[in-house]
Design a protein around this ligand. Structure first.
Ligand SMILES: NC(=O)c1ccc[n+]([C@@H]2O[C@H](COP(=O)([O-])OP(=O)(O)OC[C@H]3O[C@@H](n4cnc5c(N)ncnc54)[C@H](OP(=O)(O)O)[C@@H]3O)[C@@H](O)[C@H]2O)c1
Length: 242
């Protein structure tokens, strides 16, 4: 099934207060969509809301810490009566304190990477399933990175979690083969964001593109036919060809 994004579409984006997540929210606003923007920083979310509305869409801010797993049930309860359905769930939230060789990585840093990049998107998908089920057809997109396909050193839990997201989309798809929702994982490539500046200290941010081009890749997946994306891992250039 091919989806059309319009003023009836309701799409949740995590990591919406900054970088890629914000760029996707604004791009969705340009299609008049209704955006549920999730992040921790309420002021930054309000800025995203202003940009989405300026672009022509509507935006509800959801200040929420995705590392507080005990709060997921309450989050769902707060949304279930005001959100009629969820046509899309785009997982962009992420963080990286430092790149470290595995022999030196601290347990807390390692676990945090697995929690925010792997546990959170899967458990948020799980808790939001009833809202996704209410949509005619829904799409869930996990955001990976170059480690989706490349073996690179020093990325510890971040790289391992990002690699596993390709499997996550495939597993969700296999477990829901006949349902009107689909799952995909996208590597957006390097982008000029806060996370990039922290992770790639040796590279000048101007050497990489702003996140708007990658946001287009997410929109293409949302609009693509199920067969083209369901359960698959895509590089940005694959998504832009959809
Ligand atoms: N930039 C790159 O070169 C690059 C390359 C490949 C993949 N990616 C991926 O792209 C995604 C977006 O990253 P970005 O580059 O746009 O970085 P960014 O500008 O730092 O944005 C990260 C977002 O994640 C949110 N976030 C972090 N921890 C959170 C938590 N515990 N609960 C809720 N929200 C949280 C942040 O919001 P708050 O601070 O408001 O919570 C922020 O909105 C990440 O998954 C990243 O791994 C980035």
């Amino acid at each position: 099934m091919t989806k059309v994004i319009n003023d009836q579409s309701i799409i949740m984006v995590t990591g919406a207060s900054s970088g890629l997540g914000r760029a996707i929210c604004v791009a969705l606003g340009g299609l008049k969509a209704n955006v549920l923007a999730l992040g921790r920083d309420a002021e930054a979310l309000a800025e995203t809301q202003m940009l989405v509305e300026k672009a022509g869409g509507r935006c509800l801010c959801i200040p929420f810490d995705l590392l507080k797993f005990d709060g997921y049930g309450k989050l769902f309860l707060s949304l279930k009566d005001q959100v009629p359905h969820l046509d899309g769930l785009i997982h962009c939230a992420g963080s990286l304190d430092r790149c470290t060789p595995l022999q030196y990585v601290k347990a807390d840093d390692f676990r945090k990477m697995l929690d925010i990049h792997l546990a959170a998107p899967n458990l948020l998908t799980q808790i939001m399933l009833p809202l996704l089920r209410r949509a005619e057809a829904a799409t869930v997109i996990f955001t990976s990175c170059d480690m989706l396909s490349d073996d690179l050193p020093n990325w510890h839990g971040y790289g391992m979690a990002k690699r596993a997201l390709g499997y996550a989309a495939a597993m969700w798809h296999m477990e829901h083969p006949d349902k009107p929702y689909r799952f995909a994982t996208l590597n957006p490539g390097k982008m000029r964001t806060t996370l990039f500046k922290r992770a790639y200290g040796g590279m000048h941010p101007n050497e990489v593109p702003t996140p708007e081009g990658a946001a287009e890749g997410f929109l293409r997946i949302l609009a693509a036919s199920s067969e083209a994306v369901n359960g698959k891992s895509l590089q940005l250039e694959d998504a832009l060809r959809l």
